[in-house]
Design a protein around this ligand. Structure first.
Ligand code: G3I
Length: 352
């Protein structure tokens, strides 16, 4: 079994160690997994339960069941509990932006909808959520505002508006901007520029979440380090928010360009359906070890490291970018047993 104290306790003097709770876990279909999470982690994020489409599928319809269970889990186990996410372009009911006749709604209506969504969601859990991913994925890889419905209708001020609203509704929660590919300098620098600009105008913001959906060798540790340093230099906390390590050949390079020609054959699509070769098991452990070494080196900047799921069985990476892939990106295997990667991480804190 895993080491007795659990990762949350082992790294307790450095940063929180978290995981994402899937809907299956929240629906209590797996009490064993709940126990594992409670033992190993000191922070939790809702993988899907608080996304607009799930919690607020129609204008007057709220489905609180999974979100309530999530927050209750955090309270019971005294965990640092992260709300994910208030404002995102994805997993959104189209009806927020477009009326029954296919016409774009008025700017003021959309703004009002954002306000009431944040008021209801952040308000329901006021004082029980330690950090909100207030805005998620607002910037493109080439360093511009993403041309989402939010941006297209409200302009860039939707970003700062969301942070102001979150602050009004839950004054004690830490407020984060969260995005992927934050190691791409153009993207990272644009995001930081905007945040710093809005902060000067009074926008409350505490930190930046680097999602960290990484691969075995990319991005290089030096690039991740440069981004940790850049975020901290802007006066913001660093949260590693969605860490996992894809072990399969990449369908996209990490700049986002499709290289689909590599996927002409099904064995290339899903090369390890039964078992990961030992060589890659070792590479995965080494990758996790060097990532956590880096986070430890910057423990004065990194507040939290959250894995995007607990066991390989529940990882979104199994079905991405094509349904049916079998991936091995996390530190617990499909039976919830710790992998070599787990011991490599724990080993950084346990005296040999
Ligand atoms: O719950 C429904 C189910 O009722 C329905 O029958 C089924 C059919 O499609 O879909 C189920 O919802 C799925 C949901 O996961 C819950 O399993 C959605 O289709 C699916 O799109 C959704 O995927 C999630 C994805 O975000 C999109 O929201 C992944 O689990 C989740 O890991 C992933 O997480 C994101 C972060 O929020 C933001 N950063 C990137 C990260 C990875 O994409």
């Amino acid at each position: 079994g895993a080491s007795a104290p659990g990762l949350g306790a082992l790294f307790g003097g450095d940063f929180k160690v978290g995981t994402a709770l899937s809907n299956n876990t929240l629906q209590a279909q797996n009490p064993g997994l709940e126990a594992l999470v409670a033992r190993e982690f000191s922070a939790i994020t809702a993988e899907n339960a608080m996304k607009w489409e799930e919690v607020h599928p129609q204008a007057d319809v709220w489905d609180w069941q999974r979100a309530d269970h999530f927050v209750d889990f955090g309270q019971r186990h005294k965990m640092y509990t992260i709300g994910h996410t208030l404002v995102w372009h994805s997993q959104m009911p189209e009806s927020v932006f477009v009326d029954g006749h296919g016409r774009l709604r008025k700017r003021s209506d959309i703004e009002q909808t954002m306000e009431s969504h944040i008021a209801a969601l952040a308000g329901r859990y006021r004082g029980k959520i330690q950090a909100w991913d207030v805005v998620n994925e607002a910037v493109t890889d080439d360093g511009q505002w993403r041309k989402s419905h939010w941006y297209n209708t409200l302009g860039e001020n939707y970003f700062s508006r969301a942070f102001h609203l979150a602050r009004e509704v839950d004054p004690n929660a830490e407020l984060l901007y969260n995005d992927y590919n934050m190691t791409i300098p153009a993207k990272r620098d644009f995001a930081l520029e905007q945040i710093v600009k809005f902060r000067k105008q009074g926008m409350p913001v505490h930190g930046v979440g680097m999602q960290a959906h990484v691969h075995l060798s990319e991005p290089a540790i030096a690039k991740i380090e440069a981004s940790i340093e850049a975020i901290a230099a802007a006066g913001l906390d660093v949260h590693i928010t969605e860490l996992d390590v894809d072990v399969l050949p990449q369908a996209y390079d990490y700049m986002g360009a499709e290289i689909s020609t590599n996927f002409a054959y099904s064995e290339k699509l899903n090369p390890f359906p039964e078992k990961l070769p030992e060589k890659i098991v070792d590479e995965l452990a080494a990758r996790y070890e060097s990532l956590f070494k880096l986070f430890l080196k910057h423990r004065d900047k990194v507040r939290r490291v959250t894995l995007w799921g607990t066991t390989d069985a529940e990882s979104w990476k199994n079905d991405w970018p094509v349904v049916g892939r079998t991936n091995y990106p996390l530190i617990f295997d499909r039976d919830g047993e710790p992998k070599k990667a787990y011991y490599a991480v724990a080993g950084l804190k346990v005296a040999a």
